[in-house]
Design a protein. Structure first.
Length: 315
């Protein structure tokens, strides 16, 4: 009889403990900017190594059907967080979407103006009259015009062609002479694996202000401050782990979805990416955000100029 009572008490205690643990766990939905890839290293490592769980979080990682939708879904309270880009966030905030930057994932530009390294285009001035392929509209004109002006050209001196996400193949096939939107850690490696050598012109070297390539955004009106602080701590822990153990972290990342992640392109991209993960995701340089917003306003990419203090969280 006593034995049965003890067993019953233990079962009830375990049940109560389990219920309490579940009640203390906060579920956050996070929509990526694209399918899982090495740019998302800290997110996957934080998930797989239990850093989110240690912070009391259950992070539901989702991939978008349309890469332009994640910030809009956050603004509509359909998901809690999304990965976006600093220039895109400024455009969205200037347009009135209720979004805030909650953390930084990659704190330096990855975007490039890329050409084939075949002696046809050795300088930006060689782009006069040439075709530039882009994946999507946005801050294209402001950036390309700024870069071209450093060599005496302007946006009207080139022809812009929207090639969708076929950036590398459009450049390799000769459909376009250059691409804008190719990332220095991906498209360059992809072209190399396909037998092409690429050359990149980096926007920050040609007059475009420095910016954060990838950031996390939340709804400005409904964000959960405590949950975001916990999320940022887990991401920082993951970034630190990756910095100290890049090879081991790659193996753990690739094991998350081996059929799609464990390949040569992603391995090369990982080696060109991990050093760019923000060491302090929660921190933000408000002046740098204001400088980029001023740049976009001056170039007429936005019609109102938001202030960083109003849309950038920094804990």
């Amino acid at each position: 009889m006593k034995k049965n009572v003890i067993v019953t008490v233990l079962v009830l205690t375990a049940s109560l403990f389990s219920s309490s643990t579940q009640a203390d766990t906060k579920t956050l939905t996070l929509m990526l900017d694209w399918f899982v890839n090495p740019n998302h290293g800290p997110v996957i490592i934080a998930k797989e190594r239990g850093y989110f769980a240690a912070q009391g979080l259950n992070v539901d990682i989702q991939e978008p059907a349309d890469p332009s939708m994640p910030p809009k879904l956050v603004a509509a309270n359909k998901v809690d967080l999304a990965i976006s880009y600093q220039p895109s966030l400024i455009i969205d905030v200037a347009a009135g979407l209720p979004l805030i930057r909650s953390a930084t994932l990659i704190a330096s530009p990855l975007n490039t103006l890329m050409v084939l390294d075949n002696n046809n285009i050795n300088d930006l001035s060689d782009l006069k009259g040439k075709k530039i392929g882009i994946a999507m509209a946005g801050n294209v004109e402001a950036s390309i015009d700024t870069m071209l002006k450093t060599v005496g050209l302007n946006y009207d001196d080139v022809k812009i062609i929207n090639v969708g996400w076929a950036l590398s193949s459009s450049l390799a096939s000769g459909r376009v002479d250059a691409i804008w939107g190719g990332l220095r850690n991906f498209e360059a490696n992809q072209l190399t694996l396909e037998g092409f050598k690429a050359k990149s012109f980096f926007p920050e070297d040609y007059g475009v202000p420095h910016y954060d390539e990838l950031i996390f955004v939340a709804n400005a009106n409904t964000y959960d401050k405590a949950a975001i602080i916990a999320f940022n701590k887990a991401i920082e822990q993951a970034s630190l782990y990756i910095a100290k153990n890049p090879q081991k972290a790659w193996e753990e990342f690739a094991a998350f979805a081996p059929d799609t992640l464990n390949n040569e392109l992603n391995k090369l991209a990982w080696n060109d990416t991990f050093m760019h993960f923000s060491a302090h995701p929660a921190a933000a340089d408000l002046q740098r955000y204001d400088d980029y917003a001023q740049f976009m306003y001056t170039k007429k990419a936005i019609t109102t100029q938001p202030k960083a203090q109003d849309y950038v969280l920094s804990f």
